[in-house]
Write a protein that binds this ligand. Structure first.
Ligand SMILES: [Zn+2]
Ligand SMILES: [Zn+2]
Length: 268
């Protein structure tokens, strides 16, 4: 069992450690910040921000309860959260604690858990690096984050909808088709998102333009490449086309849009 003294293994001036009330205020504000709009457009960032909000709420509830039961433990947990240098618990200490108190009792090897985490991170990275069907973005976010995304944000979610930021139009100039991400992910209208893909490099593609640019024999998938020599990057296409170095993301996207229009024009 964890002793209250185990939680403050670092040498800290008592006055440097925030009180339980201050720690609760920080957690409550973090929860509110995680759900405040505008929310991040990148689905991975959005998913992690949502997860941070839930964990802040859980931690605040538990710390509030614990402090009511035993103020000594409450203060010890506030100190643990503050960490040795004020930026959170020490990763090495937490890792050892997880191994001893959670992984070993579960009969698990923490190295296998670390390998799983790395694998999941690589899968998520792969999904954010190429056109992905809108439905598959659920894999990136995970079911929990998705459910949270749909149900958990309450008023701020409605606010999001009101401003139209859950609707995405096809990246191709002149194409007016649009998809509503909330309706697609919530299951309210999953069919309307069928065939849509998200390409992190340029935006969302409608079913018609996906089938003619990013699917089957039509391989014109865009990706940003960056050389570390300077701050410029270029947008490249799987067919070999490249934008040339551009200083602004929008400039590269415009050049790719022209490339896509030329490809579609050649298809007739
Ligand atoms: Zn389109
Ligand atoms: Zn191409």
């Amino acid at each position: 069992m964890t002793d209250a003294t185990d939680l403050t293994t670092h040498e800290t001036d008592e006055e440097d450690v925030p009180s339980v009330a201050e720690t609760l205020e920080g957690l409550a504000r973090m929860y509110l910040r995680a759900g405040a709009s505008p929310l991040p457009v990148n689905p991975a960032t959005f998913g992690w921000q949502s997860t941070a909000g839930v964990l802040a709420a859980l931690s605040a509830r538990m710390l509030h309860f614990l402090h009511g039961v035993d103020p000594k433990y409450g203060a010890a947990f506030a100190g643990f959260y503050h960490g040795p240098t004020g930026d959170g618990p020490h990763p090495l200490g937490v890792g050892l604690w997880v191994e001893r108190n959670i992984a070993q009792p579960a009969g698990a090897d923490i190295n296998a858990w670390v390998a799983d985490a790395k694998q999941e991170a690589e899968t998520a990275f792969a999904y954010t690096s190429r056109p992905t069907s809108i439905a598959d973005l659920g894999i990136l976010l995970g079911d929990d984050a998705l459910a949270l995304l749909i149900n958990g944000l309450g008023a701020s979610w409605e606010e999001w909808e009101e401003h139209g930021s859950t609707r995405r139009v096809c990246f191709l100039p002149g194409c007016t088709r649009e998809v509503d991400l909330v309706k697609a992910w919530s299951g309210e209208d999953r069919e309307q998102s069928e065939g849509w893909k998200s390409a992190p490099a340029v935006g969302f593609g409608c079913p018609d333009h996906v089938s003619r640019l990013w699917a089957g024999e039509h391989q014109h998938q865009p990706a940003w490449t960056k050389e570390n020599i300077d701050s410029t990057a270029q947008l490249t296409c799987t067919c070999g086309w490249a934008s040339g170095k551009v200083a602004f993301r929008g400039h590269g996207i415009t050049l790719y849009q022209v490339h896509a229009l030329e490809v579609l024009g050649a298809q007739g």
